[in-house]
Write a protein of this length. Structure first.
Length: 137
């Protein structure tokens, strides 16, 4: 049986993909260097302003605590329902975005909690949170 001979292939490294990668890297670095130069050529002229406005005040936050004996505390100060209403209305006039968190003990009267919530809503407070007494922010 006769064998058919194939011509011998040149075994070598194909440089075409490597040259393509090198050209892409050269283009990448040329474009990157060009952008870096153009950013340093920007002239900035700052003009002095006459008045500086202060940053807006953050909303006031109050914590109303209801004890099991019915005693009310506003930011750790004893307070009545009428005083709470007056205080919140005044705070709402000063800062429209007043926040109130109501915390109560588990055995506090639901009627007392309901009265406090009614006073807060009647004062115009829109941001209201309710939590158990032991939880702090």
């Amino acid at each position: 049986m006769a064998r058919i001979r194939r011509p011998a292939e040149d075994v070598g490294i194909n440089l075409t993909p490597m040259i393509d990668v090198v050209f892409l890297l050269v283009i990448f670095f040329m474009v990157g260097a060009r952008f870096g130069e153009s950013k340093s050529d920007i002239d900035v002229n700052l003009q002095a302003s006459g008045q500086y406005n202060s940053a807006p005040r953050p909303p006031q936050e109050y914590v109303v605590e209801i004890a099991s004996n019915g005693m009310l505390m506003l930011d750790n100060q004893p307070i009545s329902l009428q005083q709470l209403d007056q205080q919140l209305r005044y705070a709402k006039q000063q800062t429209p975005e007043v926040r109130v968190a109501v915390r109560g003990e588990g055995n506090a009267s639901f009627q007392q909690v309901s009265d406090v919530l009614q006073v807060i809503r009647s004062a115009g407070v829109q941001q209201l949170g309710i939590a158990p007494r032991g939880i702090r922010r």
